[in-house]
Design a protein around this ligand. Structure first.
Ligand code: ARG
Ligand code: ZN
Length: 879
């Protein structure tokens, strides 16, 4: 039996809601065998709606309706229809009170949407459409209401009862039960509703706002995690201060709460006043979290906090506008992270993710504009395009307007739309109105999918001293979109002389001392720029700081790249030149594996880097990392993964052998750093030493082995411990590897976040993560199909990071993934649909692989009872 085709929802069919909700009063009776939800809605017709007097239609999903009454009168069965996922009351007065009682079963909710249980506590996830799994409601973001929530539960099992806003009443009930009532004064859409009930400890702090109000800050966790909250609390306070200083945004309630939950589909959720976090995105200690985890926690705490303005105070009119809040908020959190650490490193990390994963999405069957025009299942649209490309689009506006105008624009946006549910167009309009700039053509960034391509060529006229740049723009076709228009692209540029000195960019013959850096604005499909007064052929530094999310094609020579690697004043481009050189060297090995000499100048460039103690060590640490296999695949036309893998490994082996002594020296220089610190410098030193170690173990160096074993034993932090473990796992030292893995598990088995690391170190390794070993991890007692983090750390990491093992020529990796997707689809469709992603790119791979990937997709397609989530991804991929 095939699944019926789910309905497609179109932006063009948007209609204002027929009825509005002014107030919601909720009462939750929580029990072990279910929960009864009493909801009283004060509703009225929407004066702004197209037609009036129509039926009242409420959303509902997996609900048992116990009673329904209108203005105090119970409705008879003939007075409403309850079919599928809609509750329809054909006739209602202009304004009325609707009382609904539903029965739900949180303890059996494995989808983790709506109200569910996670390690004994009750918690919620309502974005995007989870509130309809709690009660019947107009579950759409443009219906904003004030909520009052009373939570009742057994007092000893659930001493802590939380919801949005401020607590206004609490007390004891019969049978050992108690209640707390919360009131949220700010009207909000149902997706921002939250409830938590559990046996939790709280960590408290306070924050004094710019206007002198004291805010009560609380992080709620299970008792065993009490010592892992300090970093998140600190990050929260830094975020609150930063949003005041940089955006003029002050917090608005008297309490701000964060709760850590082990079973969570996504990273975290910005519910008003009560953010709920995946444990792995909030809990950390020096002993259990890596540097990367600390940085991720800081960014996510900031992200969710920033949503209080960009998302909650001003929210989305409909889900097509998701990037309104996500793109803007990701931009804000990345500005914040840049301010807290190294801006260049942050830019490198953001662009790496964008170019590796978002560009791939934008070139695949699920490609969609930043503001999509249609969807089947909105959960599938929490994508890299909405988040990361959306942030890049806001970043371009920031760069086009400059700091001051952008701030004026964001002030206007918040002031104009406070308390409203609006569109991406409203955001752009506010930016236009505040700055006086015309962003008409710029809006295409929201409407056209696909990554624009810039073909750049140049010419130097010795006699005239003129350097010419020709730039042609094209935007590739994507599913359902062809014949696209040129977009408005800010293009950062610098020119260097042969000494590495920046040259003035004189755009006409009269100009003499133009600026040494310009942001050219591309609006046509072809542009020609001429730079005057140049006495020698310059080396161009293109798309500085990655000024737009585009692909640039330019016939780089290795000389130019080597030159930029050591001379470009733009840190990002300096790093990127090194990446391009490494890509070029690896690609030439893929094309001609036999007899190709590995570029000796690459080795020398890396030698210089390894010994460079002058250059910013954070940048050096990034420059030493070879481009990932995933990025190399993304760059190739028809990827042959084993060939790419082998070529990359060969380059790594060659570099490690040639640089062995330099690696040892680098390791020693960066060892023994005293107290653990999270400064960019200290993080860079750990990264350098662990890279050196990884390379040494890549060639099974005996001294490296001894250092790794010693480092695991002596490390005082998880970054070093895991770095050494990872190096051993990816080495040929099998007995040390097994010993280290066993000891690590033994020590940390009670800590779920560390066990996730332990799983992913193995699942990502082509040495320790072949299919039989992956199978063994799935059978391991610590693995849990119901926990999304565990599924991601084994299945997701295997398919997404262990590419040589996943792309086995016999197709076994694909069939394995298909089977896991089918298995998960019955319990958690959101996670299942995300896991399909590596298969969706099947057309990207050479025929032997693509045909088997396609077969795996068909295997999923033919499963009986496919969820809407997986249906959409699989059918669009096969279309
Ligand atoms: N708004 C949340 C965030 O950006 C993500 C929630 C996504 N939830 C979901 N079920 N797709 O941080
Ligand atoms: Zn967000």
């Amino acid at each position: 039996m095939r699944t019926n085709q789910p309905q497609t929802i179109y932006l063009s069919e948007y209609q204002a809601p027929a009825y509005l909700v002014d107030h919601v009063s909720l009462r939750f009776e929580l029990f072990e065998d279910g929960a009864r939800v009493h909801s009283t809605l004060s509703m009225r017709q929407n004066p702004a709606a197209g037609q009036s007097g129509g039926p009242l239609v409420l959303d509902g999903d997996s609900l048992t309706l116990e009673s329904l009454s209108l203005n105090g009168q119970p409705l008879a069965s003939g007075e409403y229809q309850n079919e599928g996922d809609k509750l329809v009351i054909p006739v209602v007065p202009d304004s009325f009170e609707l009382a609904v009682v539903t029965w739900i079963e949180p303890q059996n909710n494995t989808r983790l949407e709506g109200l569910y249980k996670s390690s004994g506590m009750f918690c919620t996830q309502c974005e995007a459409e989870g509130f309809r799994c709690i009660t019947y409601y107009p579950d759409r973001p443009d219906v904003m209401a004030r909520f009052q929530t009373r939570v009742e539960a057994d007092k000893s099992a659930y001493p802590v009862l939380l919801s949005n806003g401020n607590p206004i009443e609490q007390g004891d009930l019969e049978n050992g039960r108690h209640f707390v009532t919360w009131e949220d004064p700010f009207p909000k859409p149902a997706y921002l509703f939250a409830l938590v009930a559990g046996d939790l400890v709280e960590k408290r702090d306070t924050f004094t706002t710019v206007s002198g109000r004291d805010i009560d800050l609380r992080i709620y966790v299970e008792a065993r995690n009490a010592r892992k909250c300090d970093y998140a609390m600190d990050a929260l306070k830094r975020s609150m201060r930063w949003d005041e200083e940089v955006y003029g945004r002050e917090y608005d309630l008297d309490i701000f709460m964060i709760v850590a939950v082990d079973d969570f589909n996504m990273g975290a959720m910005e519910n008003k006043g009560l953010n709920i976090f995946n444990s792995s995105c909030v809990l950390a200690s020096q002993d259990t979290a890596t540097d990367a985890a600390f940085q991720r926690i800081e960014a996510i705490v900031a992200h969710e906090y920033f949503h209080n303005w960009s998302g909650n105070r001003v929210t989305c009119r409909d889900w097509f506008q998701l990037s309104l809040k996500e793109g803007f908020t990701v931009f804000r959190d990345s500005q914040f992270s840049a301010d807290m650490g190294s801006p260049t490193v942050k830019r490198i990390e953001d662009v790496t993710l964008l170019r590796t994963a978002q560009f791939a999405e934008d070139a695949g069957p699920m490609a969609h504009p930043v503001r999509p025009a249609s969807y089947m299942e909105i959960s599938n649209f929490y994508t890299l395009t909405i988040y990361e490309k959306g942030a890049e689009v806001v970043r371009m506006i920031h760069n086009l307007l400059g700091d001051d105008m952008f701030r004026k624009g964001s002030d206007l946006y918040f002031e104009r739309h406070d308390g409203q549910a609006v569109t991406t167009d409203d955001f752009v309009k506010a930016m236009e109105d505040a700055s006086g700039r015309d962003l008409g053509q710029f809006r295409l960034w929201y409407e056209q999918a696909g990554t624009p391509v810039l073909a750049v060529s140049d010419h130097y006229d010795e006699v005239q001293g003129v350097y010419r740049l020709d730039i042609r723009q094209s935007v590739p076709d994507t599913p359902g979109q062809t014949g696209k228009l040129p977009q408005h692209i800010p293009f950062g540029l610098g020119l260097l002389d042969s000494e590495g000195q920046p040259l003035p960019l004189n755009l006409n013959a009269d100009e003499q001392s133009g600026p040494v850096e310009r942001v050219l604005e591309l609006t046509e499909s072809e542009h020609r720029f001429e730079f005057h007064g140049l006495r020698e052929r310059p080396v161009p530094s293109l798309l500085r700081d990655f000024s737009a999310p585009v692909r640039v094609h330019y016939p780089w020579t290795r000389e130019q790249l080597l030159f930029l690697m050591s001379h470009d004043p733009d840190g990002f481009n300096r790093w990127d030149a090194g990446q391009k050189l490494a890509v070029d060297v690896i690609q030439s090995l893929v094309d001609a594996p036999q007899g190709t000499e590995i570029e000796p100048r690459l080795v020398e460039a890396y030698r210089l880097l390894l010994n460079d103690t002058e250059l910013d060590q954070a940048l050096v640490a990034k420059m030493l990392l070879l481009p990932s296999e995933a990025y190399l695949i993304e760059l190739s036309e028809q990827a042959d993964v084993p060939a790419i893998h082998d070529a990359r490994e060969l380059v790594l082996t060659h570099l490690a052998q040639a640089l062995r002594d330099d690696l040892l020296a680098c390791y020693q220089r960066n060892a023994g750093q005293g107290d653990y610190q999270l400064t960019p410098g200290a993080i860079a030193r750990r990264s350098l030493r662990n890279t050196a170690l990884a390379w040494l173990l890549h060639i099974d160096d005996e001294q490296g082995r001894a250092l790794a074993v010693e480092q695991i034993e002596q490390a005082d932090n998880m970054t070093d411990r895991l770095g050494a473990l990872r190096a051993l796992v990816n080495s040929g030292f099998e007995s040390e590897r097994n010993q280290a893995l066993a000891a690590f598990f033994e020590r940390f088995q009670d800590d779920p976040q560390v066990v996730e690391l332990w799983f992913s170190v193995q699942a990502s390794s082509d040495r320790a993560g072949q299919l039989p070993q992956i199978q063994a991890l799935l059978d391991h007692p610590a693995f849990d199909w119901k926990n999304p983090n565990k599924v991601r750390s084994v299945v997701g990491v295997f398919a997404g990071q262990n590419l040589a093992a996943f792309h086995k020529p016999d197709g076994s990796g694909y069939r394995f993934l298909a089977d896991q997707v089918c298995r998960l689809d019955d319990s958690n469709p959101q996670i299942a649909a995300r896991l399909v992603s590596p298969l969706t790119r099947w057309k990207k791979f050479s025929p032997q692989y693509s045909s088997q990937m396609k077969a795996a997709l068909e295997r999923i397609r033919d499963k009986t009872e496919l969820s809407r989530d997986v249906y959409e991804v699989v059918h669009k991929s096969l279309a």
